[in-house]
Design a protein around this ligand. Structure first.
Ligand SMILES: [Zn+2]
Length: 49
């Protein structure tokens, strides 16, 4: 079974900086603070589909 992957995109510049494995039991959208190398700071990253 192929594992589903989702991207986390910076909410400031829109860059997809992180790729994570999707959790099939989780329904809500993931929002995490992560470092963006384009913004050069920690920003909110949102899950994209
Ligand atoms: Zn950014």
């Amino acid at each position: 079974m192929a594992q589903k992957k989702i991207a986390l995109a910076c909410s400031v510049c829109g860059s997809r900086n992180y790729i994570i494995a999707a959790n099939p039991t989780r329904q809500e959208r993931l929002e995490v603070k992560k470092f963006c190398k384009y913004c050069n700071k920690h920003t909110l990253h949102r899950e994209t589909r």
